[in-house]
Write a protein that binds this ligand. Structure first.
Ligand SMILES: [Zn+2]
Length: 161
């Protein structure tokens, strides 16, 4: 999986029948800058929107992340999955997900522990882009208002077996 910056990839990987690219791109750029601002606020690294693209694949998702130490704020838009073959299929709907998570702190590392999540489904590219913007705004609000230490305190899986 290659992470390809928004400006260097093809929006049609995510929105195959997209005709008017600019309105969607404008909203996605706003979402990316909101995640960048959150990364700046946290003082950690940020990845503004990138395509999660498998070379040669017709489809890709888009994700952005701001993180600091063990804490990560993610937004992701993905295409629907074929339930029988577990492969991506042609949209709509697009799934938009937001996740605030902490790094696993157990001896057997399971990856990440989700603390708060949001999820929505969208019928058009512009609606999906606005969904990404809404989640980016939610991440920014949560990341700038909630004390940083409170996320781990709310981690019910902390030091699990
Ligand atoms: Zn764990």
């Amino acid at each position: 999986m290659a992470a390809i910056p928004l400006a260097e990839g093809d929006l049609r990987w995510v929105f195959p029948d997209l005709v008017e690219v600019d309105p969607v791109l404008v909203v996605l750029r706003l979402a990316a800058s909101r995640v960048e601002r959150l990364a700046g606020h946290l003082g950690g690294p940020g990845t503004a929107l990138v395509f999660d693209h498998l070379p040669g694949a017709p489809y890709a998702g888009l994700s952005a992340r701001a993180e600091i130490d063990e804490l990560a704020f993610d937004v992701h838009v993905s295409l629907p999955r074929d339930p029988h073959r577990n492969v991506l299929r042609s949209p709509p709907p697009w799934q938009v997900e937001g996740e605030i998570s902490v790094r696993c702190d157990a001896i057997r590392d399971c990856g990440r522990h989700e603390i708060e999540t949001v999820e929505s489904a969208h019928g058009t590219p512009l609606d999906a882009a606005n969904g990404v913007l809404a989640v980016a705004g939610w991440l920014f609000d949560r990341g700038t208002t909630e004390p940083r230490g409170s996320w781990r305190r709310r981690d019910v899986l902390s030091r699990h077996r």
